[in-house]
Write a protein that binds this ligand. Structure first.
Ligand SMILES: [Zn+2]
Ligand SMILES: [Zn+2]
Length: 412
């Protein structure tokens, strides 16, 4: 017997029960984002490797060891996208939209990172992301967060709390960075190897270390929110006032950081305790520096992303596809008519499985297995009268109906 092939480790199949949840997430996203005038874009899965080297950065784990990057047959360096923001910025610039006013985009689809599957990480994961370009003030940040809250609420995801922080800007961050580096250097001997590596390169990431020994050292570390300039303070106050006005509850968490320099001012995470230590459900922030760093004009931008697998874990109800009617044909003479019955019901939006004719016992067994709500039985009498015998399986109730009556009963 031939050897069975397996999917790549960390890459899972989307089977019907899981996809039912993804579809619900997608439907809610289209509805909620649509009311905020956010349009869907569909961006390439393959991008030039350089795009992520320049945006996400060479020194990050993502670019240095997690990208599926390779040289194709033509010698071009391409990779499977590890995240969505960089591609969105590239597309925005490539389409020449920087002068076209604010652009509000969202996208859904697979991202790829070669992470360690033994830790439960997925190497292909579904992400839903939102990017707003050309929107500056704190009102936009508050509205984006209100939209994210509405999205989670509509999905029925509860026990999620919003944490916000300010990351400062190019004017105020350098002084804070110096203060933080000085503080960390005094404690370097007690920090882990990764943190020691980051003290000079990316000191804010040290605050984010999951190592308990490190966290114990950082209790009174200087915080960005205490070092922001006047403009950043005004922006942060405006964000909080906007969230209050919109009834979005939040806490300030001075430890929220982003590893990358182009993030500024607003950073946020919706977190939950229901998923163990890895509690982030949806995260994002303002990244006013990215468009410029990828060769465009200075452009304000803010966005977020959420992993669909994680959202799905927090959702209770999956609206699995329900078979409304199984059509059973008794005798060869009824087969042609029974096929037409199935087709007509489908044209009316009814989900139908045709049992295929043949032995009655097998067809009724099939109806059971499909979990159908109704069985429409067609024999010679029904063919002659142009009706079906409709049986509701939950009640055992049976009646003779024409097509219109079948639709009414099924949709009731
Ligand atoms: Zn500032
Ligand atoms: Zn550490």
């Amino acid at each position: 017997m031939a050897k069975k092939l397996q999917s790549i480790r960390g890459i899972h199949d989307g089977l019907p029960a899981e996809v039912a949840k993804w579809r619900k997430i997608e439907d809610v996203a289209r509805t909620v984002f649509g009311t905020h005038a956010v349009s869907e874009v569909r961006l390439p899965i393959l991008e030039p490797t350089e795009l992520f080297v320049r945006s996400v950065g060479e020194e990050t784990d993502i670019v240095s060891k997690e990208m599926y990057a390779f040289e194709d047959q033509g010698g071009d360096n391409i990779c499977l996208r590890p995240e969505g923001t960089a591609g969105a910025v590239r597309a925005y610039l490539q389409a020449g939209l920087t002068r076209a006013g604010a652009q509000r985009w969202f996208y859904m689809g697979p991202m790829f990172r070669r992470e360690r599957p033994q830790k439960g990480r997925l190497r292909q994961f579904q992400q839903i992301g939102v990017e707003w370009f050309g929107v500056a003030g704190p009102v936009a940040d508050a509205e984006l967060l209100s939209m994210a809250q509405c999205f989670l609420d509509t999905l029925g995801i509860q026990q999620v709390r919003l944490e916000i922080n300010s990351l400062g800007c190019v004017a105020c961050r350098p002084a804070y960075r110096d203060a933080l580096i000085a503080y960390l250097k005094e404690r370097a001997a007690s920090l882990c190897a990764t943190c020691n590596d980051r003290i000079e390169k990316n000191p804010m990431r040290v605050l984010d270390c999951k190592n308990e020994t490190c966290q114990a050292q950082l209790g009174d570390a200087p915080e960005m929110v205490g070092h922001v300039c006047g403009d950043c303070a005004t922006h942060f106050a405006g964000l909080k006032a906007g969230l209050d006005a919109l009834g979005v509850r939040y806490e300030v968490n001075p430890r929220i950081v982003r590893g990358l320099d182009y993030y500024n001012r607003t950073a946020f995470e919706f977190v939950t305790d229901q998923l163990g230590a890895q509690g982030t459900v949806l995260a994002g922030g303002r990244y006013d520096g990215l468009v410029e760093s990828l060769g465009g004009p200075a452009t304000t931008a803010v966005g977020f992303a959420a992993g669909m697998e994680r959202l799905a874990m927090l959702m209770t109800d999956a609206d699995a596809l329900v078979v409304d009617v199984v059509v059973v044909a008794l005798g060869d003479a009824a087969l042609a008519y029974s096929l037409q019955v199935a087709k007509q019901l489908r044209e009316q939006g009814v989900a139908v499985v045709h049992a295929g004719g043949g032995a009655a016992k097998r067809q009724f067994k099939l109806a059971d297995r499909e979990g159908a709500r109704f069985v429409a039985v067609v024999g010679e009498d029904e063919v002659q009268q142009g009706v079906v015998a409709l049986k509701e399986l939950a009640t055992g109730e049976q009646k003779t109906c024409d097509m219109a009556e079948v639709c009414l009963s099924v949709k009731a």
